[in-house]
Design a protein around this ligand. Structure first.
Ligand code: SF4
Length: 374
């Protein structure tokens, strides 16, 4: 009896090990996972988290070693958007209490590019609210991008809404490296999160950027009430588009945004989504984007096994953990920061705790009942 049980256990263990090996091999051979296997990754208790993370790490390591790319966002124009993206605090339909302003002056954007470079960012992301830029705004942005690229050895990514082919060519000629334009979800779910533009509008912007020779950054927001199938479809569409970079955001419910029923996300589920995106897009830069701190919580560092990139110092309208803490997390987990030039050594040197970091407990903390009796 015992032998049979042991035999079954070994068989089950071997089958499971085969599953993780198959995920690695399928991904490295650029083969597509079936929807059924993708669903299993996201939901099956038989697919255990630690070996799954290890399998995703084998793929990540093949293309990105142990490096982490840091991105810093510049919210260059905030609010007053005529669009109604339900997840966005800047939408016309949102009542979120955010600071709104029109496009920052060039000098301010340049100064922030310098600060991003000096804090070790590999890429500086200039983000603007709005449906899309006018031809005059495109010319202005082209001059600005040229100035940033001339001053600092940093990659520049731009997020400006919908863009046509001519605008994409102008920005490419000015030195723009990447265009960000998120698909956010599947085509089927898109009408539930926005009514002022379509999924096809977004696809056309990505195609215009690619035709102009720009690299594309396009990702998703997890937790907007979508089904697992929507996340799987979005990952497969991004694979077909061969986008270079995929930010995986976890929906941050800023008060006043219009997502009616956000999904309850757990750290386990968020990590599974990151693993799925890595297997389906093995060569893409997978970024742990907004919501990293809120939804991954104590498992944040584990996300570095499938993902190779993150945002430093917060998001568009929500703050994140301090840069020093994020850098410490990266180092502690055994990863290195991919840098531009000479700032690398300064910001990656390890810091040992100083005596002043250790706070001695006071008596009211040690003996709270005694303190309240006084
Ligand atoms: S177009 Fe951009 S800024 Fe405007 S509502 Fe949509 S996501 Fe927000």
């Amino acid at each position: 009896m015992q032998t049979i049980l042991c035999g079954n256990f070994e068989k089950a263990t071997t089958m499971k090990q085969n599953l993780y090996q198959e995920l690695i091999q399928t991904s490295l051979q650029d083969e597509l996972l079936s929807d059924a296997v993708c669903q299993q990754i996201l939901t099956s208790a038989d697919v255990e988290l630690l070996p799954l993370l290890d399998a995703a790490y084998q793929v990540r390591k093949t293309y990105f070693r142990n490096e982490v790319q840091l991105h810093i966002l510049n919210n260059a124009q905030n609010g007053h958007c005529p669009e109604d993206c339900h997840y966005c605090a800047q939408a016309r339909s949102a009542t979120a209490e955010i600071e709104t302003y029109s496009l920052k002056p060039d000098a301010e954007i340049l100064a922030e590019a310098r600060a991003a470079y000096e804090s070790g960012a590999y890429r500086y992301c200039i983000v603007m609210s709005g449906r899309g830029p006018t031809p005059k705004r495109v010319q202005h942005l082209a001059q600005l991008i040229h100035a940033v690229k001339t001053e600092y050895p940093i990659e520049v990514c731009l997020s400006v809404g919908l863009l046509n082919a001519e605008a994409a060519r102008t920005l490419k000629a000015a030195g723009l490296d990447r265009l960000n334009h998120n698909l956010n979800t599947s085509e089927a779910h898109y009408p539930k999160i926005c009514s002022t533009h379509t999924y096809q509008d977004r696809m056309e912007t990505l195609r215009a950027a690619q035709t102009a020779g720009l690299a594309c950054c396009s990702g998703v927001i997890v937790g907007m009430g979508e089904e697992n199938a929507d996340l799987i479809q979005a990952a497969k569409t991004l694979r077909r588009l061969q986008v270079e970079s995929i930010p995986v955001n976890f929906f941050l419910p800023i008060s006043g945004t219009q997502i009616a029923a956000p999904s309850a996300l757990t750290p386990d589920y968020c990590l599974r989504v990151l693993c799925l995106y890595r297997f389906l897009n093995p060569r893409a830069e997978i970024r742990i984007a907004a919501g990293r701190e809120h939804h991954l919580r104590s498992l944040e560092a584990m996300a570095l096994y499938p993902a190779n990139s993150l945002f430093l110092e917060g998001y568009l309208n929500a703050t994140g953990t301090a840069a020093s803490r994020t850098l410490q997390m990266i180092r502690d987990a055994g990863f290195t920061v991919k840098m531009n030039g000479e700032v690398a050594e300064r910001i990656t040197s390890p810091r040992t705790p100083a005596p002043s970091d250790v706070v001695i407990k006071e008596l009211e903390v040690l003996r709270p009942r005694m303190a309240s009796a006084d």
